[in-house]
Design a protein around this ligand. Sequence first.
Ligand SMILES: *[C@@H]1O[C@H](CO)[C@@H](O)[C@H](O)[C@H]1NC(C)=O
Ligand SMILES: *[C@@H]1O[C@H](CO)[C@@H](O)[C@H](O)[C@H]1NC(C)=O
Length: 355
Amino acid sequence: MGCLSLLSTIFVLLFLLMVPINGKPRVPALFFFGDSTVDVGNNNYLPTFVKANYLPYGRDFVNHYPTGRFSNGKVISDFASEIFGFTSYQPAYLSLYIKGKNILNGANFASAGSGYHDSTAKLFHSLSLSQQLEHYKEYQKDLMKIAGRTDALSIINGALYMVGFGSGDILLNYYLNPLLRLVYTSDQFTDILVQNYVDFIQNLYAQGARKIAVKTLTAIGCLPAAITVFDSAYSNTCVVELNNVALSCNQKLNTTSVNLRKMLPGLNLALLDGYQPLYNLVTKPSQYGFTETRNGCFGTSFLEKTSTSFNNKNTFIKLCPNASKYVFWDALHLSETAVKFVASEMFSNAISLIP
Ligand SMILES: *[C@@H]1O[C@H](CO)[C@@H](O)[C@H](O)[C@H]1NC(C)=O
Ligand SMILES: *[C@@H]1O[C@H](CO)[C@@H](O)[C@H](O)[C@H]1NC(C)=O
C-alpha cells in the first residue's frame, strides 16, 4: 500500500470513528450488546477464529476497509446509528478509539459468536453476556471521568441500548452440540435462553438503562449454512424445524418482555422483529429486488454446495463480483443491501416504541 493511500485510509478511519457529532441524534448515546449482527470489530482483539478483519469482508465498506464487521459493508448497528441520527459509528469497545470524547456517543460491546447461553460464547472464544456487561461497567467509570457525574448519568439514562443475541445459541450451539441436545429439548433450551435474557435486561436496568431495544432471533432456518447442514429433505428451502425453534423463542421473549415492563418501572423495552424481514427477503426475493437467496456471495465449501475455485489455503472459495442482489454475504451473514432492508423494517416498526 502506498504512503498516500495509507494516509487516506487513516484519514477516513479517523473521520468515521472520531468525528464529533454535528447533527441532532434522537438519543444521547447508543450501546450495543450482541453477536455478529452488531459486532463492529471487538473480535479483532480476541483470541478467536471468528473474525472478519480481512478482505473480502468490508469490501464495500467505506474505503473498502475490513473492520471486523461480518458483511461486505455495514451491519445492523451502523444502520441503527444512522437511523438515530448519529454521524459517526459507536466504536468497538476493545478498539483504540475508545478514548476521550469518542466515548460520549456510546460504545459497542458486541462479539461475534456470542449468545444468551455462556457456552455459545465459550465455544467461539467470544465475549459472553457477562463479559459484555463487565465492559459496560468499566465504560461507565471512564464516562464519569470524562463527562462528569451529572452528564454521565444523563447519557446513561437517556441512551438507547440495543441487544441482539440468540440465533447463534440455536444454530451454532444447540443444533451442533450433541451434549446440549442430550440434556435439553429445544423447548427447555430456549427457556434457559429467555431466562438469561431476563437476567441481562435486569442487569442493564440496574446499571441505569431505561430504553432497551431487543432484536429477536432471525429466521435461522433460512441461512445458507443451515440449509446445507440441516436440509435433510434436500428441498433447498428454509429448514422449518430451525425456524420454528426461533419463532417459539421469539414468542417467549415477547411474553417475558410484557412481565419485564411491569416489573421494572420506567423501562421502555421494545422488541424488534428480527425474523420476518429476513424471512420475507428469502421467500419473496424479487419483490425486494434480490435475485440470489441460497448462496452467499462469499462462500466456502464447508458451508455451501457451490464452490468454483481454490484460495491459497487450499479451501474452496468463491466470491461474486457484486453482492447487491444477494441476500447473503456469506453462509451465515447478510449482505449490506439485505442488512439495510432488515434494519429499516425493524426500526420503522419500533421507532415509536422508543421515544
Ligand atoms: C408480541 O406479541 C404481541 C401480541 O401478543 C404482538 O402484537 C407483537 O407483534 C409481538 N411482537 C413481536 C416483536 O413479536
Ligand atoms: C453493484 O450493482 C448495483 C446495481 O445492481 C450498483 O448500483 C452498484 O454500484 C454495484 N456495485 C459495485 C461495487 O460494482
